[in-house]
Design a binder for this molecule. Structure first.
Ligand code: HEM
Length: 506
């Protein structure tokens, strides 16, 4: 027991000293490496502006940014073998369904899983999934049409208000319902209509597990700083309830399909093939042992697709709709392209038509430049590597690298007048002049986003179904100018993406 004041002061002094040493343990790291750096502060390092909500994560990345696309090319493409892994904060022990997802896998296990999954994302597989996704796009258009026509139709559960013939819609809510239904049908093999059944369990679960605001942003930050401490405190990002929900969903779907010999052109089918080991990791039959995936390995991939698909794609659609509503000239030109394309094909939307619309591609690409849903990505050094610069800098295994996607996209050196929404940057004449490794919405090199084709198809289908029937309008609730949130890591705006949706004149 401490019973005198001096003992208390001594104990407090020792605790403070230990805390200070722990909080500044790595702070002379860059100094010792002779690398230009921002001076870190105790406990926060350089993250104080984000943790204390003085800056959004995107602006923080922009401020940190001292870039060199050539270096990014070395790390992500040329010398990729030295930087194979992400610095992932998810641990297989704490959050198995996050830790075992492709994004988090390391080394050979990542290579094996990536080769197993890659066949699911080829153009031919996208084509087979096109019909499933188009059905969700039609569902979205039909729901909005009925909502406008039938003023008595209940819309509780969805964030929709009525102003005469205009629906005032919170687009993040609308689009997460669409992206939820898309990923439910294509990755989990189940049909959902989250607009008509706004409280369905799959949607509620998705909203909950992909919310990285509030307490979760602190746990996320804690996992980055000290996974061991988080494990000790039993703090995880996914609740046991959510883990069991996804485990039994994937397990039951696979069991039903096996028992009834059901085939569906979706990702569950591919995962089932992987389980049966019919997909060979390197395509060289007999030379390399086939990886053994257990049930969690496979469920984790579906969960990984869900995480990526639910939030990032809806974020892209929110920013795209906002930009179209605030740039009516761009919206009209896009509607014209869509109308003409559909007319040529007798009103039917085909895979080829979606991929042939150039202006649509330019609008989506420019949205991803201006507001990349992944504002940064990273790599972890796994073998000692010397960067040939002056003075040279040697990276040791375990050290991490940020790739500041948002900073590159907003650099006037690569994108003149970077805050301007200008789809022309991606026209046939201009797009080839974009310098390699300066436009990275889906990352770079062999570890880039495996879902990039899927994303573009999904987003374009939604925009076609919306713009062919409706106009997007600025309303009094529309946030202008747009302010990216300072709460948490999600690329979103406080208060919501409110826009007006009105039926187009026929
Ligand atoms: C707007 C939508 C999306 C954006 C902006 C996005 C962006 C990214 C980025 C930046 C990375 C890291 C790449 C790197 O470090 O080089 C990534 C990885 C990944 N993404 Fe996406 N993504 C999106 C949608 C999707 C979708 C829909 C899926 C799945 C269906 C998906 C699955 C993945 C996976 C599995 C990885 C890890 C790949 C690996 O480590 O091999 N993403 N994504």
């Amino acid at each position: 027991m401490l019973d005198s004041l001096s003992e208390w002061i001594l104990a407090a002094g020792i605790v403070t000293l230990i805390a200070y040493v722990i909080g500044t343990w790595t702070h002379n790291h860059f100094y010792k490496m002779n690398v230009y750096h921002l001076k870190p502060i105790p406990f926060f390092g350089n993250m104080a502006p984000v943790v204390l909500r003085r800056l959004s994560f995107a602006d923080f990345i922009n401020d940190l940014y001292k870039r060199d696309p050539e270096l990014i090319k070395l790390v992500t493409i040329k010398d990729f073998e030295f930087f194979l892994d992400h610095r992932n904060p998810f641990s297989e022990e704490i959050d198995p369904l996050l830790g075992k997802g492709l994004f988090n896998l390391k080394g050979q296990k990542w290579k094996d899983m990536r080769s197993t999954l890659s066949p699911a994302f080829t153009s031919s597989k996208m084509k087979t999934m096109f019909t499933l996704i188009t059905e969700c796009g039609e569902q979205l258009g039909d729901f909005l049409k009925t909502c406008i026509k039938d003023k008595n139709m209940p819309v509780e559960g969805c964030k929709i208000e009525r102003e005469g013939d205009v629906l005032v819609v919170e687009m993040k809510d609308l689009f997460t319902r669409y992206t939820n239904d898309v990923i439910a049908t294509s990755a989990f093999g189940i049909g959902c209509d989250s607009l008509k059944k706004p409280k369905n369990e799959f949607y509620e679960m998705g909203r909950d597990v992909t919310n990285f605001g509030g307490l979760r942003s602190l746990i996320f930050f804690g996992l980055m700083l000290s996974p061991k401490l988080m494990k000790l405190l039993n703090l995880k990002l996914m609740s046991n309830y959510a883990v069991n929900f996804f485990r039994s969903l994937v397990h039951d779907t696979m069991a039903t399909r096996e028992a009834k010999d059901i085939f569906r052109p979706d990702m569950i089918h591919l995962l089932m093939q992987a389980k049966k080991e019919t997909v060979h990791p390197n395509g060289i039959e007999g030379k390399t042992p086939k990886p053994k995936w257990d049930a969690d390995d496979l469920t984790a991939q579906a969960v990984n697709f869900f995480f990526a698909g639910f939030d990032a794609v809806s974020t892209l659609l929110c920013f795209a709709s906002h930009l179209l509503a605030t740039h009516p000239d761009v919206q009209s030109r896009l509607q014209k392209e869509i109308d003409e394309t559909l007319e040529k094909d007798g009103g039917k939307l085909t895979y080829e038509a979606v991929h042939g619309m150039k202006y649509l591609d330019m609008v989506v690409s420019e949205t991803l430049r201006l507001y990349p849903p992944a504002v940064a990505t990273d790599r972890k050094c796994i073998k000692t590597y010397t960067i040939k610069c002056d003075p040279s800098c040697t990276l040791k295994p375990g050290q991490g690298i940020w790739i500041p996607v948002y900073g590159l996209h907003h650099d006037p050196k690569y994108f003149p007048n970077p805050e301007k929404f200008d789809p022309e940057r991606f026209s046939d004449e201009n797009k080839d002049s974009i310098k390699q490794c300066t436009y990275l919405p889906f990352g770079s090199g062999p570890r880039n986003c495996i879902g990039n084709r899927f994303t573009l198809m999904e987003a374009k289908i939604a925009l076609v179904h919306l713009l062919t029937r409706f106009n997007l309008k600025v309303v009094s609730k529309t946030p202008i100018p747009i302010q990216i949130t300072r709460r948490g890591f999600n690329m979103t705006v406080d208060g919501g993406f409110w826009l007006g949706i009105e039926q187009r004149a026929t």
